[in-house]
Design a protein around this ligand. Structure first.
Ligand SMILES: [Zn+2]
Length: 77
């Protein structure tokens, strides 16, 4: 009886009530929501870093900054 009302949540690592799941998913809705929120946070942070400047060499638009960093590395060697 109890086994039918609970399902193992792969995200939380323990059994949870069926009411916590949506459809036939093996991850409870709470965990999915948290995962989505983290994704949004990461996307926001990535955009924020892009605004801060060339330190995150993702855009390839470093320009003068990239040149300075390369010179410093050569001097250190
Ligand atoms: Zn869960």
């Amino acid at each position: 009886m109890e086994g039918q009302q609970q399902r193992f949540c792969q995200k939380c690592g323990h059994f949870q009530l069926l009411s916590a799941f949506v459809g036939l998913k093996r991850t409870c809705q709470m965990a999915l929501d948290q995962h989505n929120e983290r994704r949004r946070d990461k996307q926001k942070r990535k955009r924020g870093q892009a605004w801060l400047g060339p330190s995150g060499n993702g855009d390839g638009g470093g320009g003068a900054w990239a040149g300075r960093q390369q010179q410093q590395q050569q001097q250190q060697k």
